[in-house]
Design a protein around this ligand. Structure first.
Ligand code: FEO
Ligand code: CA
Ligand code: CA
Length: 592
């Protein structure tokens, strides 16, 4: 999601004292910023391995760069193909019902709950059966970050109603779809017992140190241990035991508070008007004046087990409460899990979580509560190029009762304030993090920061003129190629400094040489986000989010095709966020 839409009053932490910008002025070149290698290294990620019958993948980039594009289609290098797998409104495949998509936005809220949500984002592939390395059958699990209600309903925001709020809520959340590959052609299995939608109304448990805290209790849930739904699910993560992690990002925009906004809400960007979702008009949970604790129940990392369709998602409070972009996994030498996490807002921080216990490789169920115990850290960078992780632990880093943190639960609910107190380094909108499987170094996209004073600058110092701007998605494939996905805001796309950049795109970098090549260009008005591969590397799944978005970031329902009619190309249709699969025509590993 681009920033202006999600966060109209963006800067909650406006000071530049102790910011990365100041440190970098003193020390680093821009290239070093992009490489972001000042985080502490970790041990233990598995290196990529060769599939039987294939040569070992050295991680070299084997395709030629394609040109930038303003065309309304997906373009990939010669020798590759890209095909649509799962569009907004496609039936998820639930045995409970498979309503067809109505091209005029006419599906009901109940039908939307059985269809793909809007605005696909983070995505992971889980081979089936569990524990296998199958590249022929698996579960694709993906986030649906937010809605464009101008497209979602036939008449957009006109005649706003409880039904429209419910449809918007049902277009949020997560899809679990079963997919299969027959002779190189991927399709969704329908029906499937695994097919599932999680929405902004799905009951989920609150677990970990903050569960039950007074700040999480509401009239509807006096115990403070269960909440309805997850919202603004941005990038994703996974666990070694085959569960999926949802990261709640710009959740503040769904709340409004027309009264005096308390500091706890202000620090997270709750405002009088919100971001325009208008849920509060028919769902009082999102009136943060009437229900001041409800915002505290969002901003978490949520774990969901795609292999157990009836299982309840769990909000894992030990990983802190911020605007979570994503959660990139690493392992310590003794198999404790580590997650690197960006808090995507101007002048916010980079975090990591380290589990207390190693995960159990042989007993999946033994890992059920592993993410409820561990230590949360926030990054501090020093001017000499070193860095340190500050423990966000009660009694450490200045986090005492006298400083306003009565318990570990309070530290986790007020993670941003705790990081302020600890002295973390303010960053330029940390988006995705990624761990290099070859040397364990950690990378982070700092997408932009127009509030820092300098203008947003698209990248211009890479090789072969493959310019791009606002890097967001960031992912290492098992062989060590770094995939970069861009999210230039529609308001500046193809204008000004971005005039020569073209539509949003996906690039591939070789960290060893710094070489970057453009691999894919998206249709008009989209961002590229979410990326995963089959275990054999021959199929890559990515998401095309908000094709056809206009500068206002709210579509006019009378002119749904003002920018794009991708992917259907139908005169009467609407642009649809979609999952696509990319394969090499010769069946080889994508990127080689
Ligand atoms: Fe949802 Fe920071 O992108
Ligand atoms: Ca972004
Ligand atoms: Ca993002």
């Amino acid at each position: 999601m681009s920033k202006s839409y999600s966060d109209p009053l963006a800067v909650a932490n406006p000071s530049v004292t102790g910011s990365l910008a100041r440190l970098l002025e003193a020390r680093l070149s821009r290239r070093q910023v992009l490489q972001g290698a000042t985080l502490l290294p970790l041990l233990g990620l598995p290196l990529g391995c060769a599939t039987p019958g294939m040569r070992a993948d050295t991680g070299e980039i084997g395709f030629s760069s394609i040109s930038g594009s303003r065309e309304d289609r997906v373009r990939v290098p010669a020798g590759y193909s890209a095909n649509v797998v799962y569009r907004w409104g496609d039936p998820v495949g639930s045995p409970a019902g498979m309503p067809a998509f109505m091209t005029d936005g006419g599906n009901t809220a109940a039908e939307q709950a059985l269809q793909a949500g809007m605005h696909h984002d983070g995505i992971e592939y889980f081979a089936m059966p569990y524990g296998s390395q199958s590249s022929a059958r698996g579960l694709l699990v993906m986030n649906h970050e937010y809605t464009d209600d101008g497209l979602l309903h036939t008449d957009g925001f006109d005649n706003w109603s409880a039904e429209k709020v419910r449809k918007s809520q049902n277009a949020h959340g997560v899809s679990v779809i079963e997919v299969e590959n027959r002779a190189g052609q991927w399709s969704v299995v329908r029906p499937s017992r695994y097919a599932r939608r999680v929405t902004a109304q799905t009951p989920m448990r609150i677990a970990g140190p903050a569960a039950g805290h007074a700040s999480l209790r509401t009239a509807a849930n006096p115990a403070g241990d269960e909440v309805l739904g997850t919202i603004n699910n941005c990038a994703s993560g996974y666990t070694p035991w085959g569960t999926y992690l949802i990261c709640e990002e710009n959740w503040n925009g769904y709340f409004v508070n027309a009264g005096t906004i308390p500091p706890e809400q202000r620090r997270y960007g709750v405002t009088a008007r919100g971001a325009g979702y208008r849920w509060h008009e028919f769902d009082p949970r999102f009136d943060a004046a009437a229900n001041p604790n409800e915002p505290n129940r969002f901003g978490w990392v949520v774990e969901i087990d795609p292999f157990e369709p009836a299982s309840q998602p769990v909000k894992r409070t030990a990983l802190g409460r911020v605007k979570h972009e994503g959660a990139a996994l690493a392992l310590t030498a003794d198999n404790r899990v580590v997650y690197y996490m960006g808090d995507d807002q101007q002048f916010e921080y980079i975090y990591k979580f380290v589990s207390r216990d190693p995960y159990n490789k042989t007993d999946r169920a033994a890992n059920r509560d592993l993410l409820d115990h561990g230590t949360l850290y926030v990054a501090k960078f020093n001017a000499d190029g070193s860095g340190e992780w500050l423990e966000l632990v009660h009694g450490k880093s200045g986090l005492t009762a006298e400083a306003g943190f009565a318990s570990q639960a309070e530290i986790l609910i007020k993670t941003r304030q705790a990081a302020d107190r600890a002295g973390a380094t303010k960053m330029d909108r940390p988006e995705w993090t990624a761990v290099n499987p070859r040397d364990k170094s950690v990378y982070c996209t700092l997408t932009n920061n127009s509030a820092r004073g300098a203008k947003d600058q698209p990248g211009t110092d890479n090789i072969k003129g493959d310019v791009f701007g606002s890097p967001d998605g960031l992912w290492f494939d098992p062989a060590g190629r770094l995939w970069i996905q861009t999210d230039v805001s529609t308001s500046v796309l193809n204008r000004g400094d971005y005039a020569g950049v073209g539509n949003n795109q996906m690039l591939c970098a070789d960290p060893a040489t710094g070489r970057i090549r453009r691999f894919l260009t998206g249709p008009k008005g989209c961002e590229i986000t979410g990326v995963t591969m089959t275990p054999d590397g021959t199929s890559m799944f990515i998401n095309i989010q908000h094709p056809g978005e206009t500068a206002s970031e709210r579509s006019d329902p009378a002119q749904p095709l003002a920018v794009s009619n991708w992917p259907d190309g139908e005169a009467a249709g609407r642009p649809r966020s979609s999952t696509i699969v990319i394969r090499k025509d010769d069946g080889g590993i994508v990127g080689t």
